[in-house]
Design a binder for this molecule. Structure first.
Ligand code: GDP
Length: 472
């Protein structure tokens, strides 16, 4: 009925238009974004979604090249469980305290900064693992510049190692390998490098370009050199930001502290954040009352690549939410209110992911150049066979890209990766495990499962040619 009023057409005409689309509605029903667009089009109207409007109010100041200054890299540590991610983060946290600084890092705030002996700075996200990394990405936030992937030298390149590699690659984030636990008598770093080479990941010792260093997160052996290699890799990225403007960045974590109120750790990515600034972060806002670094020390200002915990927001924003500073407090409040309202009306969805049914149409429209696929199968043989066949389906118009493949069930981490990279998931003789299915429904990720190789290939081929009959 709202729509009828807006377009000034009788309600029954709109109900009729919906029916002709096969959608039975009542006058009080909320329509999804796609239906709204199609129905409006029938009556000669074009739909503009308010999300776009309100977000437009957030205009970042333009940076001139001369305003840009080198910033510290932001690093995430990933790898298989028990290979030593936490130990490495702890070691770096303990050892690399600023010269002359008393006491190490005491607070866990979700991220921390370190200064190396030579004065160079780096920031680490303290939520190790590729799930956290990709969950942020699925929310539209890319904060990591580089990934350290830890592989235990007394173990092997494991499924989660492979996942971490795919997740970093899908995000376009350079990798530095940390071959860990070399203090152990059973450690065999060469075996790990050989395995990586077998996956087309040639580390430097093997004549490749990928940096890698043998370390022990327990004794600290090689950690300094590892960080130097990370910095070297960072130099190639030529990371820059303008520190002289209002701050913006991403929320890393947030919680309610009984004594202090809402505490949010944020990572400043651009500009400089100051106590007293008015901040909008996701659906929350407020004037910053105080800021603390990972040593619990009160600070007045935080520039690019600085993780900092802030007090003063009216709630806990979500990890991955963007934040901005506003001069106009009213404007920030309005946007926060609008976002809250939009979230309530979750039926209005503007961001949709690719589905197999849609591929043909999108290719025909010409706005679709790469088809990202995540492939999971029951055995290596079928995964390899399908990979080959899928890749052969690439045409001049569209490239089929296997952004991750592996043996095992479809996991939540696969769904997150699909969401972050707009991919479809294909399972061969495997099914979604745990909460993967419900997460896929929520994120609107297309999961197709097959038990006959020929069917999987044919479906994809048909879809790409726009010939796939819709799944009922
Ligand atoms: P995560 O699951 O990847 O975070 O792994 P943890 O950091 O929790 O490490 C798993 C186990 O391996 C712990 O018992 C650590 O003490 C041990 N560990 C980690 N790094 C090393 C290392 O370099 N040498 C040895 N000997 N043990 C290590």
């Amino acid at each position: 009925s709202e729509m009828a009023t807006m377009m000034d057409v009788p309600i029954n005409k709109i109900i009729g238009a919906c029916m002709s689309l096969g959608i039975m509605v009542t006058m009080n029903q909320r329509l999804d974004a796609e239906t709204l667009t199609i129905v409006a089009d029938e009556f000669g109207f074009e739909v503009e979604f308010v999300t776009a409007d309100i977000e437009e109010a957030i205009q970042e100041e333009e940076d001139r090249p001369e305003d840009m200054e080198t910033r510290a890299p932001i690093v995430t540590v990933m790898g298989h469980v028990d290979h030593g991610k936490t130990s490495l983060l702890d070691y770096i946290r303990k050892e690399n305290v600023i010269a002359g600084e008393s006491g190490g890092i005491t607070q866990h705030i979700g991220a921390y900064g370190v200064t190396l002996e030579n004065g160079q700075k780096m920031a680490f996200l303290d939520t190790p693992g590729h799930e956290a990394f990709t969950a942020m990405r699925a929310r539209g936030a890319q904060v990591t510049d580089l990934a350290i992937i830890v592989v235990a030298a007394d173990d092997d390149v494991m499924p989660q190692t492979k996942e971490a590699i795919s997740h970093a690659q899908a995000a376009g984030v350079p990798i530095v390998f940390a071959i860990n636990k070399v203090d152990k008598p059973t450690a065999n770093p060469e075996k790990i490098k050989e395995k990586l080479a077998g996956m087309n990941l040639l580390v430097e010792d093997w004549g490749g370009k990928i940096q890698s260093h043998d370390i022990s997160a327990k004794t600290g052996l090689g950690v300094k050199e590892l960080l130097e290699k990370v910095l070297l890799e960072a130099e190639l990225l030529d990371l820059k930001a303008n520190p002289n403007k209002m701050a913006s960045g991403t929320v890393v974590e947030a919680f309610l502290d009984k004594g202090r109120g809402y505490v949010s750790t944020i990572l400043v990515q651009s500009g400089t954040l100051k106590v007293g600034d008015y901040m909008l972060a996701g659906k929350n806002h407020g004037k910053i009352k105080a800021m603390h670094d990972e040593r619990g020390k009160s600070v007045k200002e935080a520039g690019p690549s600085t993780p900092i915990s802030v007090l003063g927001l009216d709630g806990a924003p979500q990890a991955g939410d963007k934040f901005h500073v506003f001069t106009d407090e009213r404007e920030a409040k309005q946007i926060a209110a609008k976002r809250t309202q939009l979230q309530r009306e979750q039926s209005v969805r503007t961001q949709r992911h690719i589905t197999l049914d849609e591929i043909g149409r999108r290719i025909a429209l010409g706005d679709f150049k790469e088809l990202n696929i995540i492939l999971k199968g029951d055995v290596d043989g079928s995964v390899e066979a399908l990979t080959d066949s899928f890749q052969k389906l690439s045409t001049e118009e569209i490239q089929v890209k296997l952004i991750h493949k592996g043996v095992g069930p479809i996991t939540e981490s696969d769904v997150l990766l699909a969401s972050a990279s707009d991919a479809i998931i294909i399972g061969f003789n495997v099914r979604p495990m745990g909460n993967a299915r419900s997460l896929a429904d929520k994120e609107e990720i297309d999961i197709r499962t097959y038990s006959i190789i020929y069917d999987a290939i044919n479906d994809l081929k048909d879809a790409m040619e726009g010939m796939l009959s819709p799944e009922m």
